[in-house]
Design a protein around this ligand. Structure first.
Ligand SMILES: [Zn+2]
Length: 119
């Protein structure tokens, strides 16, 4: 039985070497899928179930590497995330950029003090 540094049994999907020098105590999958879009599972040792991170690896308009992720904490959240990504995939790039701008606009209206903090 593979265990983490605290002696807890590893998740079946864990591919981390917990005996390694730089290994944390929590379980982590490798990349599920490949770049530029992949999923990754991680489970802190105090959590009862894993988090799923959906990663998008891209480039800034200036051409610099740029990566972002969204986290799902349950199978239903993961399904909503997958459905959202599929819906976005049906949109044209200007529509996707408009969606991002609309999210920022709504956030600024909802939490104006947060926008002030960020700038
Ligand atoms: Zn593990």
């Amino acid at each position: 039985m593979k265990v983490n540094k605290d002696g807890r049994e590893c998740a079946s999907w864990c591919d981390r070497d917990h005996q390694g020098e730089n290994s944390g105590p929590w379980c982590r999958s490798g990349m599920i899928g490949g770049s530029p879009g992949y999923a990754e599972l991680e489970q802190e040792d105090y959590e009862d179930s894993p988090n799923l991170d959906a990663w998008a690896i891209g480039r800034t308009p200036e051409g610099n590497p740029d990566s972002h992720f969204l986290t799902a904490e349950s199978v239903s959240e993961a399904q909503r995330l997958a459905d959202f990504i599929r819906a976005v995939a049906q949109m044209r790039k200007p529509e996707i950029r408009a969606l991002a701008a609309n999210v920022e606009k709504a956030a600024a209206e909802a939490w104006p003090e947060k926008e002030a903090e960020a700038s």
